[in-house]
Design a protein around this ligand. Structure first.
Ligand SMILES: Cc1ncc(C[n+]2csc(CCOP(=O)(O)OP(=O)(O)O)c2C)c(N)n1
Ligand SMILES: [Mg+2]
Length: 362
C-alpha cells in the first residue's frame, strides 16, 4: 500500500533495508556463511581504501586542471566494492560514470580509466573485454539497455554468466530503465539491476524522484527487488551474490537498491552546499562505510594495525602512480579522431582527415 501523500515532498516509504553490520561494525551473521574467508574480508577493506584514495586523488587532479571534470564516489565505496566483488570473472559490468571503485575491483588501470575524464579517449582507455567492465556511460540510464542486450547475448550463447548494471536513483525516472526492466523480465535476461540510491540526482532529492522506494518497482515487472544497506559491504556482497546466482542459473533478473549517500559533490562542477543540508551530510558522514567495516575487522581480529597501515601505504603509492600517469599522458594521435567508426571510411571523412592532418589541398 502506498503511504499517504502530502505536498511537502516527503512521500517516500522506507523499506526494510537488509544489513549485516551494525553501526559499530558488529556482524549479525558469521561471514563464513557468506563464503568469505579471512583473506577475502581483508581484500574488501583493501579495495575500499584503494578506491577512496584514488577517488580523492582524481578530485585533486581535476582541481589542478589535469582532468576536465570528475564525479566523486566518496561514501559509495561499500556499494561498489561489495557488489563488484560478488561477481565471477566471466560476469560483465556496465557502469555509469561514478563507478571507479568497481573498475578497481575488476583490475582496470585507474590511469586508463581517468583518461576519459581527461578527455583523452571515449569511455576510458582500457579493454572492456579483458576486464569485463564496460566503458563509462554518461547519458543517464542508457547503460541499463546496453546491459540487458548484452545479457541476452550471453544467454543466447549458452554462457552461464550474468551482467550487472549500475545506475543511480535519478536514472529510475528515465524511460530506459523501465524498458530495460520490462524486457529483461519478459525475455528472462540474466541481469542484475544495481541502483545506488545516493539520495541525490545532482540537486534533485530522492523524494522528488519517486513515491515508492526503488526496490519495490521490481514487483511490477515480476522479478525480485531487494533493498540493502549500501554502506554495509557484507550485506551488499550477500545481496549481489544471490542475485547474480539467480541470474546465471534461472535467468531471473533482480533489482537491488543499495541505500547510500554521496558524500562529495555531484561532480567537480557542482556546489552541493547550495542544496544538500549540512545536517544530512553530517548524519551520513557518521555512517562511513570504511570506518564501519574497519571496526568489524578489528573486533573479529581479521585485521590489525599493521594491515590497516599497509593498506594506507599501498593506497598512497598508487595515488602517486595515478598522478604521474595522468599528468604524463599525452594526447592521442589526431588521425584517431577519424578511425573506428566506419569499416570503409567515407570520402567526406577522408577529405576532412587529410585536411586536418595537413595532407590535403586544404
Ligand atoms: C539522459 C540524461 N539526462 C540528463 C543528464 C544530466 N545528468 C547527469 S548526471 C544526472 C543525475 C543523475 O542522478 P542519479 O541517477 O541519481 O546518479 P548519481 O549522479 O547520483 O550517481 C543528470 C540529470 C544526463 N547525463 N543524461
Ligand atoms: Mg543519485
Amino acid at each position: 500500500m502506498l503511504p499517504a501523500m502530502s505536498d511537502d515532498g516527503d512521500r517516500t516509504e522506507q523499506g526494510p533495508a537488509r544489513s549485516i553490520l551494525g553501526p559499530g561494525g558488529e556482524a549479525s551473521i558469521d561471514p563464513a556463511d557468506l563464503g568469505l574467508k579471512e583473506e577475502d574480508l581483508r581484500e574488501l577493506y583493501r579495495l575500499m581504501v584503494l578506491s577512496r584514495k584514488a577517488d580523492l586523488e582524481a578530485t585533486a587532479l581535476q582541481r589542478q586542471g589535469q582532468l576536465a571534470v570528475y564525479p566523486p564516489l566518496l561514501g559509495q565505496e561499500a556499494a561498489q566494492v561489495g557488489s563488484a566483488f560478488a561477481l565471477q570473472d566471466e560476469d560483465f559490468i556496465f557502469p555509469s560514470y561514478r563507478e571507479m571503485a568497481s573498475a578497481i575491483v575488476r583490475g582496470v588501470d585507474v590511469v586508463g580509466y581517468l583518461l576519459f575524464h581527461r578527455a583523452t579517449w571515449h569511455g576510458g582507455m582500457f579493454d572492456p573485454n579483458e576486464h569485463r567492465f564496460g566503458v563509462v556511460s554518461v547519458p543517464v540510464g542508457s547503460q541499463t539497455l546496453h546491459a540487458v542486450g548484452y545479457a541476452m547475448g550471453t544467454k543466447l550463447d549458452g554462457k552461464p554468466a550474468c551482467t550487472l548494471v549500475y545506475f543511480g536513483d535519478g536514472a529510475t525516472s528515465q524511460g530506459d530503465f523501465h524498458e530495460a526492466c520490462n524486457f529483461a523480465a519478459v525475455f528472462r535476461a540474466p541481469v542484475v539491476f544495481f541502483c545506488q540510491n545516493n539520495h541525490w540526482a545532482i540537486s534533485v532529492p530522492f523524494e522528488r524522484q519517486s513515491v515508492a522506494p526503488v526496490y519495490r518497482k521490481a514487483e511490477a515487472y515480476g522479478f525480485p527487488g531487494i533493498q540493502v544497506d549500501g554502506n554495509d559491504v557484507l550485506a551488499v556482497y550477500q545481496a549481489t551474490r544471490e542475485a547474480a546466482e539467480r541470474a546465471r542459473t534461472e535467468h531471473t533478473p533482480t533489482l537491488i537498491e543499495a541505500l547510500t549517500y554521496r558524500l562529495g559533490p555531484h561532480s567537480t562542477a557542482d556546489d552541493r552546499t547550495r542544496y544538500q543540508p549540512a545536517e544530512q551530510i553530517a548524519e551520513w558522514e557518521g555512517r562511513d562505510p570504511i570506518v564501519r567495516y574497519r571496526r568489524f575487522l578489528e573486533s573479529t581480529g581479521a585485521g590489525d594495525e599493521a594491515f590497516f597501515s599497509a593498506c594506507d601505504d599501498e593506497a598512497n603509492t598508487e595515488a602517486t602512480r595515478i598522478r604521474e600517469g595522468v599528468i604524463g599522458a599525452g594526447p592521442r594521435p589526431l588521425e584517431e579522431l577519424f578511425e573506428w567508426v566506419f569499416a570503409d571510411m567515407p570520402e567526406h571523412l577522408r577529405r576532412q582527415r587529410d585536411e586536418v592532418l595537413g595532407r590535403g589541398e586544404g
